[in-house]
Design a protein around this ligand. Structure first.
Ligand code: BTN
Length: 327
């Protein structure tokens, strides 16, 4: 966790127009001058433009777009989600960090969120990787401890997709579709992926680790994925605020989580169905990990499985998989 470096950046941001002496910064942060210089270098590596050098002092060249907890906290209206925030400039994967955190501390609070500016080994579903360019995307993981049996776990990824759908549409006005089970698309191309990992006993979920990646301000996507993926900046034609989208998401998700605890999954299912063009009447082919299932979609069952009507009229309920073809 880069908490002290966040403090340094926050101090520089509060004094944007002033060159601050290295000695004073080090003293205020309670560290040695050499540690301060190391942190300045780390911020520069993360893309933060800092002018100056040890003898002249330091100043920010422009306001950086960094997911600083100091900037996020005042924006959060949630009671549970994001009350504990971890922020990294660079981490292998926020999901991997969450797993390590849980190994070392079994009491990690429900609703803890781990955010990163960039990931060196971002993970996607089905063993794929996730392109995690610095300062452009949102990369975060939510740790949840719902008191439910493992059969209900997929509902939380559907809820994540619904919450991010609502947050993006409200904040950016970009039209978003949900591709089953939880990819978000803009203009038919992927803008957000969700990777849920579960730790469970036979009859009870212990922890859900839900990783979310959103392509926000990428000018372009790498060649190997640019036919399937896009960003909100490309889709809307303007730069978007990662902090605003994140704060909206947190509020939306907490609302769905609370409603689920009070009255079950009906609202998640209803919203997912309303916001997804894949819910009803869509011809699709799904790889469920074992075989291919093709047919026409007939909504979700109460546990969030997709009903697919096959040739001959038989309806299959699919809990997990990858939609490989659709019309
Ligand atoms: C997918 O394949 O669609 C899922 C992508 C999930 C990416 C996010 S980025 C933050 C979190 N940490 C990871 O390593 N992966 C998820």
């Amino acid at each position: 966790m880069d908490r002290k470096i966040d403090e340094l950046l926050f101090a520089l941001m509060q004094n944007m127009t002033i060159t601050m002496s290295g000695e004073k910064l080090a003293r205020d942060l309670g560290v040695s001058h050499s540690t301060l210089i190391r942190w300045i270098e780390k911020l520069r590596e993360a893309g933060v433009e800092i002018r100056g050098e040890p003898f002249t002092g330091f100043r920010l060249a422009r306001l950086p777009d960094v997911m600083l907890p100091q900037l996020i906290r005042p924006r959060l209206r949630s009671q549970l989600l994001g009350r504990h925030l971890y922020h990294f400039y660079k981490v292998d994967s926020t999901n991997a960090f969450a797993s390590r955190l849980l190994e070392h501390d079994r009491r990690v609070a429900d609703g803890t969120i781990i955010l990163a500016e960039s990931q060196t080994a971002g993970r996607g579903r089905l063993g794929r990787s996730w392109h995690s360019e610095p300062e452009t995307g949102l990369y975060f993981t939510v740790v949840l401890r719902p008191k439910v049996p493992p059969s209900l776990a997929p509902l939380f990824t559907l809820a994540t997709a619904v919450a991010m759908h609502n947050a993006i549409e409200r904040d950016t006005r970009v039209d978003v579709d949900i591709k089953w089970p939880n990819d978000l698309l803009a203009g038919g191309k992927k803008i957000c992926g969700i990777l849920a990992e579960i730790q469970a006993e036979v009859d009870m979920v212990k922890t859900l680790i839900i990783g979310v990646g959103v392509n926000v301000n990428h000018r372009q996507l790498p060649d190997d994925i640019s036919d399937r993926a896009t960003s909100l900046r490309i889709a809307s034609g303007r730069i978007q605020s990662r902090i605003e989208i994140f704060a909206e998401f947190v509020e939306e998700f907490e609302g769905l989580y609370r409603q689920f605890e009070q009255s079950g999954p009906a609202n998640i299912i209803e919203q997912w169905t309303r916001h997804s063009s894949f819910a009803q009447g869509r011809k699709i082919e799904i790889n469920d990990g074992v075989r291919m299932v093709s047919g026409v979609t007939r909504g979700l069952n109460p546990l969030g499985a997709l009903r697919v009507e096959q040739k001959g009229g038989q309806v299959e309920e699919i809990y997990t998989g990858d939609v490989v073809r659709w019309e």
